[in-house]
Design a protein around this ligand. Structure first.
Ligand SMILES: [Zn+2]
Length: 512
């Protein structure tokens, strides 16, 4: 009989801890809706005690989702647990996720607590959370570097206190697959009441082994995997959802268990995450990278034409990689647009819909077919934006083989229009120089990249920038059929995100 592997998605919590990946609450809500459609079992929506912004986002997600469990992270303090509960109390299926470190190095240098004190702290936190809600997950931070017997002792106490899931994190990405599998087996054998809880694992990718460790743990008896879309997360990231799901799906003879994820939504979800966070997926990334499917490379074409299975272990359609998904055309009306956006998970007000409809008509005039990717980009720009301090009102750029590139730009700064012009090494450089001058920013441009949203020469250009100011890093993105305009939009979006970050700093509070 096929056993079920629970998928616990932490894109909104651990994923958000990626440098520069902060999302605002409208963006988080959109992503949570998509994750619910994708079919994950639990969505970790955030860390409510970390900031008011996080609290608000978790609370909105909790109210919105209908079927998926919504988890909130909390340290073991009563205050953290209360904040977590306040944020998720209206969820259809709430869960409190509390954690404390169990490795000697953390006990000695970070917590300054004895092992007995840590056990008591875990018991207190789980028991208290249990008085608020039925579903409680307990994590032993730095579990993979903890003393095995102590780990079992903490898990036993947490389960005794009412934890329904116990999670074994490889917080620092130190484990090796065989060793990690052995640890999971050890925990299963030496925690007397382990059958009363789900054993979960949470891996990081510092050695490139997060997926391998997670799959080894599943083989050894873990029944929940904690993952993020595209593997985003602190440092080298977390285990990637799409890799774990497709490994179990593609190798059913090896893995006798499966997940409930609707694989055909993997690619659209990956796109959405990269669009919202501005973190581009590397082309050779497994499953969702642009080069992930052999038929794109053209090298093995002969064999591919004879039988795709010669070089392709997965069918691209399985992950929803259908490039030509026509959504709407030039003649589509307001109602059709509204219906389509609702299906995508956007609840727009009339005013928002009017804005999007106008942009859609403009785009449909320039581009014959408007794809799902275009609609996501458009809504992301019009609706999901953070409060816009800077706004592009007008831009004219001249460039060519015989003229010096020059940009004239009108920018609105806090509602006040200002104009200026400037030169540069090329059209993008001249536009950026002028915007920098008008906005008065002291930020530094760390990265600039351009890609096409869909195929064809009329495709929209998608530009991502990475900016740094006073130690804060923000990503900005913009799309437009004109890549100079897309670049200016991306730069301005990055500046707005920097302002947002200054007001809502992402706390570096240690977490699992
Ligand atoms: Zn983590």
């Amino acid at each position: 009989m096929t056993q079920h592997i629970r998928i616990f998605d932490t894109t909104l919590r651990d994923g958000e801890q990626s440098p520069g990946a902060s999302m605002n609450s409208a963006e988080k809500l959109r992503l949570a809706t998509q994750l619910e459609s994708l079919g994950v079992d639990t969505i970790e929506a955030g860390f409510p005690a970390a900031s008011d912004g996080d609290f608000e986002a978790v609370s909105r997600i909790a109210k919105k989702l209908k079927t998926t469990e919504v988890a909130a992270l909390a340290r073991t303090s009563v205050n953290d647990i209360n904040r977590a509960w306040e944020a998720i109390q209206h969820a259809a299926r709430p869960k409190i996720h509390t954690f404390i470190a169990t490795s000697d190095i953390h006990l000695e240098y970070k917590l300054r607590m004895s092992r007995d004190e840590v056990v008591q702290e875990a018991i207190n936190a789980v028991s208290y959370a249990k008085t608020l809600t039925q579903e409680v997950e307990f994590s032993a931070e730095d579990g993979s570097r903890s003393d095995r017997d102590f780990l079992c002792r903490v898990f036993e106490a947490a389960i005794e206190a009412g934890a329904t899931v116990v999670n074994l994190p490889d917080t620092v990405g130190y484990a090796i697959p065989h060793e990690f599998a052995e640890l999971v087996s050890y925990v299963k054998e030496h925690t007397p009441n382990i059958d009363q809880a789900v054993l979960s694992v949470h891996c990081h990718n510092d050695l490139g082994l997060a997926t391998a460790n997670t799959l080894a743990a599943i083989d050894a008896g873990a029944r929940q995997a904690e993952v993020t879309i595209n593997g985003i997360g602190e440092r080298a990231g977390n285990t990637s959802l799409e890799e774990v799901v497709m490994a179990t799906q593609t190798r059913p003879n090896w893995f006798t268990m499966n997940t409930r994820v609707k694989t055909e939504l993997i690619y659209p979800t990956s796109r959405l995450v990269s669009m919202i966070t501005g973190i581009i997926v590397q082309p050779n990334k497994a499953i969702v990278g642009a080069n992930a499917f052999a038929h794109e490379a053209g090298i093995h074409q002969d064999g591919m034409l004879k039988n795709p299975m010669t070089y392709e272990i997965m069918n691209p359609e399985t992950i929803g990689l259908s490039r030509n998904k026509l959504v709407l055309g030039k003649h589509s009306g307001r109602h059709a647009l509204h219906e389509h956006l609702k299906e995508m998970g956007y609840d727009l007000t009339d005013a928002e819909l009017n804005k999007v409809f106008k942009r859609f008509k403009d785009l449909a005039d320039k581009k014959k077919q408007v794809m799902d990717e275009d609609m996501e980009a458009l809504v992301a720009e019009e609706i999901l934006r953070t409060k816009e301090i800077f706004k592009l009102e007008y831009m004219n750029v001249t460039s060519g083989t015989t003229v010096m590139p020059m940009a004239s730009i009108q920018l609105s700064v806090n509602g006040r229009s200002i104009k200026g012009a400037g030169y540069g090494n090329g059209p993008v450089d001249s536009a950026f120089n002028t915007i920098a001058k008008l906005s008065g920013t002291s930020s530094e441009l760390l990265r600039f990249s351009v890609s096409a949203l869909t195929g064809g020469t009329d495709a929209q250009g998608e530009v991502t920038v990475r900016l740094r100011e006073d130690g804060l890093v923000a990503l900005g993105r913009g799309s437009d059929p004109d890549i100079i305009t897309a670049s200016a939009k991306a730069y301005i979006n990055g500046l707005n995100r920097l302002e947002y970050l200054k007001e809502n700093p992402v706390t570096s509070a240690q977490a699992v």
